[in-house]
Design a protein around this ligand. Structure first.
Ligand SMILES: [Fe+2]
Length: 385
């Protein structure tokens, strides 16, 4: 996958990540082929970059399958948008529609359980909350399934995740979208959203099912298991088990998405931050389970390894640290005559050979230098040793 400035897009390139507008409509759908009309439209809207599966329009490489259908995701974003609007303006929401959306997410995930989480989407800054809530719901449902929750439990968990940030309707947009560092007062204001969200949910008692659990998810999703979170500083088992799940999904999605004040981190950076830099924040068993099914090095990632440069060809459940790679260049960056497939899960050195992930800017330069996009080694018909 490669992030390209819109001016460098070419007809026939395949979109690797969907781009949504604020209420779930799509500017660009993952898997579609770029046309001159799309390019014009993206320029007009002011979208700076697009992720494509290959820099070579002739490769026509499809992105890996998502864990939910595109229509499920669109529909969910639209309904979260409407729900936030109607709670804010009318103090109610369409509970039936929200339950249906949650049920659809759960059904998709159960049906597509062999799919790893590989790519999500691109959110425009002012529209972050809705698409984020849907991603958090999808990731939470996935984790619920890995915990062997029942279908009904998964639906409640998903619904709670969709509404986990509902309290943000009471935080001024100015603060939510601020590009610079927040003042202490602004931070205090933002930190009220878990409890405000829980209050709104409890007021919907006659419309929504399981409001007690949904309110616990909203109020406890920023608590840490070591007691250092907010708003109440709850620890360990005092935090609802669903809130512990949503906490992981929430932080992962926030780290891997672009925000007004930061670029999107790659999944491996998010993994390092969550596993190593934040001990005590998450339940370690849940975190391990989560990263068993979230690709740390998604298919198409270019790696610098001790053996040379390689592209990730496959990643499997439980082996996300050790993907199958295609080694195509030596450590000096010179193309090897016959690329080699290495399964790092059976390689004696394993994950230890991975030195770094090649960043987007560097990758564009690298492709230019090589004169070839390594994504060609992912094609079915690529001849490999
Ligand atoms: Fe939150």
């Amino acid at each position: 996958m490669l992030r390209l400035p819109v001016k460098d897009l070419k007809k026939g390139m395949i979109v690797a990540q969907s781009i949504y507008n604020h209420c779930g409509g799509s500017y660009l759908v993952r898997g579609s082929s770029i046309t001159p009309k799309y390019i014009q439209r993206l320029e007009k809207i002011g979208i700076p970059t697009v992720n494509v599966t290959s820099a070579d329009p002739n490769f026509q490489l499809q992105p890996p399958e998502d864990i939910v259908q595109e229509t499920t995701r669109f529909d969910a974003i639209q309904h979260v948008y409407s729900a936030f609007q109607s709670v804010e303006h009318e103090g109610r929401l369409d509970a039936q529609a929200m339950e249906k959306v949650s049920d659809n997410i759960v059904r998709d995930i159960i049906q597509r359980k062999e799919n790893l989480v590989q790519l999500t989407d691109i959110r425009l800054h002012d529209t972050y909350t809705f698409a984020h809530s849907v991603n958090v719901a999808i990731l939470s449902a996935m984790l619920g399934m890995l915990c062997n929750y029942t279908h009904d439990e998964m639906v409640v968990l998903t619904l709670g995740a969709l509404l986990h940030d509902l309290g943000k309707i009471d935080v001024p947009v100015r603060i939510l979208t601020k590009k610079t560092r927040l003042t202490d007062e602004e931070l205090t204001e933002i930190k009220t959203h878990p409890e405000k969200g829980a209050e709104h949910i409890l007021e919907l008692e006659h419309e929504l099912p399981s409001t007690g659990i949904l309110a616990a998810i909203a109020s406890e999703h920023h608590e840490h298991i070591d007691g250092r979170g907010y708003p109440r500083g709850l620890a360990g088992d005092d935090i609802h088990r669903f809130a512990k799940i949503v906490a992981i999904a929430d932080v992962y999605d926030a780290l891997t998405s672009e925000r007004p004040y930061k670029r999107a981190y790659t999944p491996n950076v998010a993994y390092n931050i969550m596993k190593k830099i934040s001990p005590g924040q998450f339940n370690p068993d849940l975190l391990n389970l989560f990263f068993n099914n979230v690709a740390i090095f998604p298919v198409g990632t270019i790696l610098k390894t001790e053996y040379g440069y390689a592209i990730v060809k496959e990643c499997e459940f439980g082996k996300t640290e050790t993907p199958v790679i295609v080694l195509f260049a030596n450590p000096e960056g010179k193309l090897t005559p016959s690329p080699l497939i290495i399964d790092l899960s059976t390689d004696p050195r394993g994950a230890g050979v991975i030195e770094m992930v090649i960043a987007d800017d560097e990758l564009r330069h690298f492709i230019h230098e090589l004169g070839v996009d390594p994504s060609k080694y992912l094609r079915e018909d690529a001849v490999l040793a």
